[in-house]
Design a protein around this ligand. Structure first.
Ligand SMILES: [Zn+2]
Length: 180
């Protein structure tokens, strides 16, 4: 059985894969926050009034499995706060993330997953770590609305939920309820 730290690492890496998968299918959809839960992971996305259907969520899941198998490049890169802000000039959700990170450090951490680039200060950017995740190690369980708030602005995003297979096998957690 994987340790809690290993499960957390896998959940975190799956947030990157989820975000990259959504960006491939919907390049115009702005990604917001993402993170880990005790049983899996989630990502928030600005789908507006048309959140992905059940069939589209299944497509995202399949795309994530493809990325885990076919990914050729996964690496850390850094930008200055000004470069990072310019990169996300049209994404208020990521600009808020960049502002927070820029307060903590002089450089803002990013990752490149094949052609996709996104902000994340984590140190988990080894292709081998990503490739070590089994494509069957997770499932996407659906979507819920998620409120994004910053500086008096409120926007409803769509949260896509995922669970790890280990949590599914562990019992009590069904495909329809991911505990997030
Ligand atoms: Zn990360």
């Amino acid at each position: 059985m994987p340790t809690p730290a290993e499960l957390h690492k896998i959940n975190h890496l799956l947030t990157h894969v989820l975000t990259a998968a959504v960006a491939r299918r919907w390049p115009q959809v702005r990604p917001g926050d993402c993170g880990e839960t005790c049983t899996g992971f989630f990502g928030d996305f600005g789908f507006g009034d048309t959140p992905p259907t059940e069939a589209e969520v299944a497509q995202i899941e399949a795309d994530m499995r493809s990325i885990l198998v076919e990914c050729r490049h996964f690496a850390h890169l850094e930008k200055s706060p000004a470069q990072a802000a310019a990169f996300f000039a049209d994404n208020p959700y990521k600009l808020a993330v960049v502002e927070t990170l820029a307060e903590l450090d002089e450089r803002v951490g990013f990752y490149r997953l094949d052609e996709f680039v996104d902000v994340c200060p984590c140190q988990l950017k080894e292709l081998g770590e990503l490739k070590a995740i089994s494509p069957d190690a997770f499932a996407l369980t659906g979507t819920t609305p998620a409120l994004w708030r910053s500086r008096g602005r409120e926007v409803w995003l769509t949260r896509i939920h995922g669970v790890q297979a280990a949590a599914l096998i562990g019992g009590r957690i069904g495909m329809a309820e991911d505990g997030a």
